[in-house]
Design a protein around this ligand. Sequence first.
Ligand SMILES: Nc1ncnc2c1ncn2[C@@H]1O[C@H](COP(=O)(O)OP(=O)(O)OP(=O)(O)O)[C@@H](O)[C@H]1O
Ligand SMILES: [Mg+2]
Length: 255
Amino acid sequence: MTPPMLAIRDLNVWFGEPPDRVDAVKSADISVAQGESFGLVGESGSGKSTILRAVAGLIDSWSGDLQVAGLKVRGARRDRQFFKTVQMVFQDPYASLHPRHSVDAVLSETLHLQGIGNVDQRINKLLDDVGLGRSFRFRYPHQLSGGQRQRVAIARALAAEPRLLLLDEPTSALDVSVQAEILNLLSDLRAEHDLTYLMVTHDLAVVGHMCDRIAVMQHGRLVEELPVADLRRGAAKAEYTRGLIEASGSLGATA
Ligand SMILES: Nc1ncnc2c1ncn2[C@@H]1O[C@H](COP(=O)(O)OP(=O)(O)OP(=O)(O)O)[C@@H](O)[C@H]1O
Ligand SMILES: [Mg+2]
């Protein structure tokens, strides 16, 4: 049997020391199959980004069991092979790209770090893959629109040829008109590159368009997990989930 692409068991993540300790994630279990797109939803501060950041190795203070493609992730140590498998795309492409690094510099740095050769060819292919094209190669972030910057951030994530992408509200900082373009790009890339997604969003329309299953978080805990088809049928059990659906009113609308 193929192991899940991501298996999170009894994950606890905290910040600080008592009495100021914040328990941001409490006893979370998530399993994401290979090729699946799994959504994490829930109110602000419920711990969604913290789960992604812990999986990505950006937080040291966690306990539990994390496995990626059947391999156990230990402590805060992440090696090159790990980053080759797992990459993260952040909410804000303005903040995630260095203002003085050209697109070429951003992509070649990742390719070099991953020991991937044929850099010229790879960069051109990556730019084609994210729908930017080669003419963007020597531009700087300030010469790009928000959507174009997020495409560069996605190209940077893809450069390592990952299998699992952690997407933290990848479109919420973008203009509404651009959001659908980026979501469509992400859908296409998942199919073309056989990717698995763990995606945070607070937008149920995004969930309807992008995800197979979701988990709902509240106060650091997963309160419900369900297939998006059930969500559409109104079969959500937790009161909190139903409230979320009512508040959004747009589930299933194609982005
Ligand atoms: N570096 C940190 N130090 C201390 N507390 C933190 C840190 N990062 C997050 N927290 C706290 O952990 C909790 C969960 O935060 P998190 O960013 O995961 O929420 P979220 O669900 O992603 O919210 P949002 O939808 O607003 O992005 C919050 O109470 C937050 O204040
Ligand atoms: Mg967040």
